[in-house]
Design a binder for this molecule. Structure first.
Ligand SMILES: O=C(O)c1cccc(O)c1O
Length: 565
């Protein structure tokens, strides 16, 4: 350590300047109402390790980590990170598949006040390079390989292209790459010193990590969440979802995604002293045996996976007797599929409509079937403020469709380093513009009815149209590009790119797909279909009419003479 505590205070002051937070009167209100309890993630784990000690915290393949072991490993890794020169307020991009090191790493970073930046396992060079650059990350943490993909090769490219990135750390084997394994980092740090072995710089009001936005603009936005606000959302989610120390939560979705991370997810489960089971993949082949073996009581899926589970369960009749609750969220779940969950899987359905920016809505476990099947739930907290507005920000009549705006004790007031965007994405009085169209029932339940933001929700994977369009526009043969959603029975939506080629130049759909892959774009963002055209329909203010493009696509898809690929 080369700096005094005061120096870190300056670093925190800078960080907090980059991260808009709540006005002080609101913050005081949330504190005095006991919503923000003044607990950091590091203190939370220390407390649970003392309380639950040998109880199993995380199960991942052959590994079973007790609360004490998780705390101990996080402490040693924290020491290791400090020795590497990672210090309070530094950013560290964490791209981890569902393995236990996700927890040892993030709790190590929480401990020293460094900020994990949560990447997803499917992210590739384009996304990771951006995350590392934009957050000025000092380190990048990866698994060695997973599902046939070598993250070390990706990291080698990122390291070469991002000069501020000093360290790559690997869960598993570094192999021939010049990277340090987490295991070595932990050993290097030696045995844990007497506590506390470094002063605590971390306060509960500080930003704990940067979460990723689904986004609708060219580049993904980073979401600063504080210990206080996130912890409140976990505590309240636990109450609603019945999470206790008896709960066994299985993460089938990638654990860094906000839904399995916090609604109530793996962190809610650790908060309650329960057990987290990490499924390597969400397929019935992997997940059903785990549910039976570990007596999983609750898990979370996106709608396409829920459909796959429903189908497989009918055929295989697996032992899901321990499963009490299946949460479905991330995209709209059809009422038809929703109505089959209880009968086919033998557990209660909970619909979850949430966003990494904050607001999470749940159907309640004792809600009538009609509500559980037909709505996306209601806000988790009485402190959530919501408004449903028309294009002029005027409140719509009760029950009418409008854009959902929200603010509250766990909804951010602005993105990280995004002043210009924040002015558009938030109202002057601090409401976040969700970009989703909803209607609110008399009892306060939300039904999602579309969106105004330019995004495609591909089975829960959100694609910002502008991001993909920008990549397409970089192709020499592309004059203009417009990405729209097309309906899909399994995923809900897929992406179709409408392309106008430059005169005299040619490119096929296959060429453009290969081009996007070559630019390091993740697979889920690569358009599923390409349509070549001479001009785009326009709105009466002269913008590209995506509505007209979607309609022309619909007409073509229902026409008898198949698709042009
Ligand atoms: O981002 C989401 O889609 C989401 C869904 C359910 C719950 C959440 O917390 C989410 O962030």
């Amino acid at each position: 350590m080369t700096k005094s505590i005061n120096a870190y205070e300056q670093d925190y002051a800078q960080l907090m300047k980059d991260c808009p937070t709540w006005p002080s009167d609101k913050a005081a209100e949330y504190c005095s109402a006991g919503l923000w309890e003044g607990l950091t993630f590091s203190d939370m784990l220390a407390d649970r390790a003392a309380r639950y000690s040998e109880k199993t915290a995380v199960i991942s393949g052959e590994n079973r980590l007790s609360y004490a072991a998780l705390y101990d490993q996080a402490g040693r890794l924290a020491e290791g990170f400090l020795q590497l020169g990672v210090k309070p307020t530094d950013r560290v991009v964490v791209q981890m598949t569902n393995r236990y090191e996700f927890f040892t790493v993030i709790f190590a970073l929480f401990r020293i006040g460094a900020l994990p930046v949560f990447a997803l396992p499917l992210h590739r060079l384009s996304e990771i390079r951006y995350l590392c650059e934009f957050s000025e990350a000092k380190a990048y943490v990866i698994p060695d390989t997973e599902a046939g993909f070598d993250y070390r090769g990706l990291a080698a490219q990122v390291k070469e292209q991002v000069p501020t990135l000093r360290h790559v750390l690997v869960a598993g084997e570094p192999g021939a790459f010049p990277f340090l394994s987490l295991e070595k980092l932990m050993k290097q740090a030696g045995k844990r010193h007497e506590e506390p072995y470094w002063p605590s710089y971390v306060e509960s009001g500080h930003v704990a990590f940067l979460q990723l936005s689904g986004g609708s603009t060219g580049l993904p936005k980073l979401i600063p969440r504080t210990h206080d606000d996130y912890m409140y959302s976990l505590r309240r989610s636990n109450e609603i979802c019945g999470i206790t120390e008896q709960s066994v939560y299985m993460a089938a979705l990638p654990v860094a995604h906000n839904f399995p991370l916090s609604s109530p997810g793996v962190l809610g489960t650790l908060y309650a002293g329960g057990t987290v089971v990490l499924a390597p993949r969400p397929s019935p082949d992997d997940a059903f045996p785990l549910v039976a073996k570990e007596r999983v009581s609750i898990t979370a899926l996106v709608p396409p996976l829920a459909l796959v589970w429903l189908e497989a369960a009918v055929q295989r009749r697996p032992d899901l007797s321990s499963l009490q609750v299946l949460q479905v969220g991330g995209a709209k779940f059809s009422a038809e599929a929703a109505s089959r969950v209880q009968r086919v899987l033998g557990c209660r359905l909970q619909q979850v409509y949430g966003m990494a920016e904050g607001l999470v809505n749940y159907t309640r476990l004792d809600d009538a079937n009609d509500i559980v099947v037909n709505t996306q739930g209601r806000p988790m907290s009485d402190w959530d403020e919501i408004r449903v507005v028309d294009e002029d920000d005027a409140q719509v009549a009760p029950g009418e469709v409008g854009e959902l705006l929200t603010r509250g004790p766990y909804t951010i007031r602005g993105y990280y380093k995004a002043e210009a965007h924040n002015a558009k994405a938030f109202t002057a009085d601090g409401y976040y513009r969700t970009g989703d169209l909803v209607k609110v029932s008399e009892q306060g339940y939300l039904v999602v009815d579309g969106r105004v933001k330019d995004q495609i929700n591909r089975g829960g994977d959100k694609i910002a149209a502008e991001e993909v369009e920008n990549h397409l526009l970089a192709h020499p043969a592309v004059f203009d590009a417009s990405l729209v959603a097309m309906p899909d029975a399994l995923l809900g939506e897929r992406a179709c790119a409408f392309i106008i080629l430059r005169e005299g130049l040619v490119a096929t759909g296959a060429d453009l797909k290969a081009y996007l892959r070559g630019r390091g774009l993740s697979a889920y963002k690569i358009p599923d279909r390409f349509e070549f055209t001479d001009a785009f329909p326009q709105t009466n203010v002269g913008k590209v009419s995506k509505k007209a493009l979607r309609e022309s696509l619909q007409a073509q898809m229902s026409a008898p003479t198949g698709a042009s690929q």
